[in-house]
Ligand binder design. Structure first.
Ligand code: PXG
Length: 459
């Protein structure tokens, strides 16, 4: 052991400002130091083994310890660690990856690379506005997104996102971004007299109402995550996305799918838009493209936009030093090859996805669980105070945080988003490991319920 946990924590608190963190609060408490990983498990600096039901940060799709990715990075680092794609040059890994992405992404022939999902969404903003300039309709500049969306943390990414806490810091959103309500049944009080499918249609029509209020001739694009991830694994009714697509087509508006979480097998198809039933014009990706082994992101560009930019656009004044980074692209190629060889998309679609769904239905019986839903290998549990009425816990109880603390102590990483406990385990997970994960989740729910009863929050 290089240093003790305490020594790591002291150095961390002295120098490292963590993302989305109350710096002072964390310094007082001390970080958890993660030292190594294999398959779906992590080990911390005290030697505790932890089941990582979040795939790192929704990204380690092929699981930890895949030697093929390590070998690909090593070989490319030796061969050519960096070269850019700016001045009429390209590298073999970037070209090959562009080719392979066109094979796995249905209807897409072109890609623009970035270093992350946030940068990918910055590219989306630049690209859709440029598209409408080229089309002679520069007035079409407004991009519509949704409340409780997450599209990253750069100025454009955080503006597209619908997180109020993020907008409150730094003068966001930037001009020309609007938000409609999310298609979340529980947030709308489980509207009585509407089936979920009817609610899905109603939620999609909020887009049409906004387009009409703004004027379609001012709207460039609509962007959404097929399933909202960071917002709490909000799975829209099956009617939602086809209706969104119909509305976008009717008004000539570009449709952008943010596939940063849903891409690369997470929902049981290569891309979430395939599972949710729509054909986007652009798709943002990151995370799963390299399984998080190295940073890479980008935007897949469909023919409508690509043809306009290629044939009529002239120079597109946008790009990043690491657009098409050869080492990142080499790792992505190895990652995609592994997903194909191990048939991981089919594994999620035909085997572990349906198995997780069935096991989640059993969890719905638990007294704390008001709703349990999954899509592929994304899952959410809504914790409620009263199962019969669906009454929520008061905000100040922070029931999700209570449950998450139990998960940490039991050796399970699960995220809490408000009262929703969410998972997105690596795609390589087996049925036996799902049973292990579900056993841990169940005991954490029991411990949370015991706390809630002891404190008088629940019966
Ligand atoms: N779009 C989506 C849909 C995302 O989930 C981004 C864009 C931004 O990607 P980068 O690579 O710039 O981080 C994301 C990122 C969480 C959490 O707590 C989720 C993300 C990032 C950090 C935390 O759930 N998603």
């Amino acid at each position: 052991m290089e240093r003790s946990t305490h020594e790591w924590q002291a150095a961390d608190a002295a120098h490292f400002l963590h993302p989305f963190t109350d710096f002072k609060g964390l310094a007082r408490k001390g970080s958890r130091i993660i030292e190594r990983a294999d398959n779906i498990y992590l080990w911390d600096s005290d030697g505790h083994k932890i089941l990582d039901a979040m795939s790192g940060l929704w990204c380690v799709n092929v699981g930890y310890g895949q030697q093929a990715l390590v070998d690909a990075a090593t070989a490319q680092l030796k061969q050519l660690p960096f070269y850019n794609a700016f001045f009429q040059t390209a590298t073999p890994p970037a070209i090959r990856l562009a080719e392979v992405l066109a094979e796995v992404a249905p209807g897409f022939q072109h890609v623009f690379f970035s270093g992350s999902g946030s940068e990918g969404n910055d590219t989306v903003v630049r690209m859709v506005r440029r598209y409408w300039d080229v089309m002679g309709q520069p007035g079409r500049s407004v991009i519509i997104s949704r409340h409780n969306a997450y599209h990253g943390s750069t100025m454009a990414g955080a503006s597209l996102g619908g997180m109020a806490g993020m907008h409150a810091q730094g003068g966001l959103p930037i001009p020309g971004i609007e938000h409609i309500e999310q298609p979340y049944w529980w947030a709308h009080g489980r509207p009585q007299g509407l089936s979920r499918d009817e609610f899905g249609l109603q939620a999609a029509r909020w887009l049409e109402e906004r387009i009409e209020a703004i004027g379609a001739d001012k709207v460039a694009a609509f962007i959404g995550e097929p399933v909202q991830g960071a917002g709490g694994v909000i799975i829209p009714p099956a009617t939602y996305w086809p209706e969104i697509e119909r509305i976008c087509r009717k008004h000539g508006i570009l449709l952008v799918s943010d596939e940063v979480i849903c891409g690369f097998g997470r929902t049981g198809r290569w891309f979430g838009s395939e599972t949710l039933g729509f054909q986007p014009d652009l798709m943002t990706f990151a995370k799963g493209v390299t399984s998080g082994y190295i940073p890479l992101g980008g935007v897949l560009v469909g023919s409508r936009v690509a043809e306009a930019l290629i044939e009529r656009g002239g120079e597109f004044n946008h790009g990043y030093t690491y657009s098409g980074h050869p080492v990142a692209c080499a790792v992505a190629l190895a990652n995609i090859a592994l997903i194909r060889e191990q048939r991981l998309v089919e594994h999620v679609h035909d085997d572990v996805g349906p198995y997780l769904a069935a096991r989640y239905r059993e969890l719905a019986e638990h007294p704390l669980v008001g709703d349990a839903e999954t899509c592929g290998l994304m899952g959410a549990l809504l914790l409620v105070k009263d199962k019969a009425t669906g009454e929520a816990f008061p905000d100040e109880v922070e029931i999700g945080m209570v449950c998450r603390a139990h998960c940490f102590r039991q050796g399970l990483i699960m995220r809490a988003v408000g009262d929703r406990m969410i998972i997105a385990p690596p795609l390589v997970i087996t049925r036996a490991q799902i049973d292990e994960m579900l056993g841990l989740i169940r005991s954490c729910l029991d411990l949370t319920l015991a706390d809630a009863r002891a404190a008088g929050w629940a019966r």
